[in-house]
Ligand binder design. Structure first.
Ligand code: SF4
Length: 469
């Protein structure tokens, strides 16, 4: 059987798109490859949100050139935002790429995989081929859409694509187009199929997810979550990534009446300075952002708020930066994705005078230090408590431990119980973990119980036998 290898850069939207391509490929008769050297078709799902992501994608295309040189039958496909943005340029920079599919051409890519399937049937590389290819150059990389015993526990459902807000730093509206909202019925059906396949948690994904409106009825994001909550068997629901402007009091009040929602919300601040927010075209002031935070605290008092912050945006003065830093120091955010501004071709901010790199780096270091202290304090508060987490599987850094995520998205690592068995723990994936230590990255603890369903009390896990000799 031919094999397809998929590697994804960027956001959850890209992850959801990669999953769609993997599902289409599997339906067409492909196996999902874990390593690039084992595959007939290599798919790079690219991102342009930062310069670094773009350079890594081109670097990866060059790595894969050696596989095509070793075996001209291997096909290299580029999809995602860079494919949309650089369609013509890519032909010069990476002429060995066989096909390019933009963000609105997922269905066409799925169709192309089906067309290729018969001609690839006899060409699947065997283990010797794969070893030979691996010897040419270590390719590394981490494959996406590779299913393991726990993959089905989390489902991703795209509810809207594109964005019409045109923040001056962002390439998304240029490469993904304007808002395009899926009908509620389609979304609910897809959530239902994930639940039927065993998902314990479903994440609603969209570039500005809470701007979603049903194209026919005008129902809003609060209505969508309320309707999803009524689906039989849905245990947990979560969403990413909302825009502060689109959180009305009505939507937040609706979320408060959905018991399945995970207690977390990602609320991208970007800057704590009004002057910067205006230049970024963020469509809210600092005071309006704080009003949204106050609404969340009022209706959803246990929820963790996380954020995105850009440092060194063109025109950012010391005072602008201090405004951001002061706000972060209040500890309002449980965690934050922090970035130094990176020029994106084709966006207004790319043409503006840039903040010197050393100034941005110094500000960034101060911001990270402040947020890390807040994050650590947030994690410290879990010590001595027992948290219910959804298993992820063996820890990537230490196979003797299990990794899991709390409802507020904190990673918890715990020693693997003696009765650990993949099938059993995939069937009973909710873990109660007694938290013992906290770090900036998450917490560690001991697994006490496991449960099949979120609402179940669960049964005790086996404990290690301690020798007193
Ligand atoms: S809201 Fe702004 S940052 Fe978010 S996708 Fe739209 S343009 Fe980009």
């Amino acid at each position: 059987m031919p094999r397809i290898y998929i590697e994804t850069f960027g956001c959850q939207m890209n992850e959801a798109d990669s999953q769609y391509i993997a599902d289409r490929a599997a339906a067409a008769g492909y196996d999902i490859a874990v390593k690039p050297e084992e595959a007939n078709v290599l798919v790079l799902n690219t991102c342009t949100v930062r310069d670094n992501a773009e350079r890594r994608a081109y670097g990866r295309m060059n790595h894969f050139k050696v596989l095509k040189e070793a075996d001209p039958d291997v096909r290299l496909v580029v999809m995602g935002c860079l494919a949309e943005q650089d369609r013509d340029r890519m032909q010069h920079l990476a002429p060995h790429v066989d096909a390019v599919f933009g963000t609105k051409e997922l269905v066409e890519l799925g169709d192309r995989l089906s067309e290729w399937r018969p001609s690839l049937a006899d060409l699947a590389p065997d283990d010797d081929d794969a070893s030979e290819r691996a010897l040419i150059m270590p390719l590394g990389g981490s494959a996406d859409a590779v299913t393991d015993a726990f993959s089905h526990l989390r489902g991703f459902v795209t509810v809207q694509r594109g964005c019409s807000y045109y923040c001056t730093f962002c390439i998304v509206p240029h490469v993904r187009g304007r808002f395009d909202h899926r009908p509620m019925r389609e979304i609910l059906d897809e959530i239902g199929s994930h639940v039927a396949a065993g998902a314990r948690e479903v994440m609603l994904v969209g570039q500005t997810v809470n701007a979603w409106k049903d194209p026919a009825t005008g129902e809003d994001f609060g209505d969508l979550c309320t309707a999803a909550a009524a689906l039989p068997g849905l245990e947990r629901l979560t969403f990413i990534s909302p825009h502060p402007k689109d959180f009305t009091e009505k939507i937040i009040a609706d979320l408060a009446s959905v018991p399945q929602l995970n207690a977390r919300v990602h609320l991208p601040l970007q800057s704590g300075s009004d002057a910067m927010l205006r230049r970024m075209n963020r469509k809210y002031t600092r005071a309006q952002f704080e009003e949204k935070v106050a609404l969340i605290h009022r209706y959803l008092p246990t929820w963790a708020i996380t954020t995105d912050i850009i440092v060194g945006f063109p025109g950012e003065s010391d005072d602008d930066f201090e405004a951001t830093l002061d706000y972060v120091k209040t500890g309002v955010f449980a965690n934050a994705f922090m970035f130094i501004y990176s020029i994106r071709r084709g966006t207004p901010a790319a043409r503006w005078e840039q903040v010197p790199a050393d100034v941005s780096s110094a500000r960034f270091a101060r911001l990270v230090e402040a947020q890390n202290a807040a994050t650590r304090a947030y994690h410290d508060r879990k010590i001595g408590t027992t948290v219910r987490c959804l298993i992820q599987g063996p820890s990537k850094k230490d196979a003797t431990r299990l990794a899991a995520k709390t409802l507020d998205n904190v990673t918890v690592i715990a020693p693997m119980p003696p009765d650990y068995d993949e099938t059993l723990y995939a069937r009973e994936p909710w873990l109660d973990i007694a938290v013992e230590t906290a770090h900036v990255w998450g917490c560690t603890g001991t697994i006490l119980r496991r449960a099949e369903r979120f609402a179940d009390a669960g049964g005790a896990v086996a404990r290690p036998v301690i020798s007193l000799l």
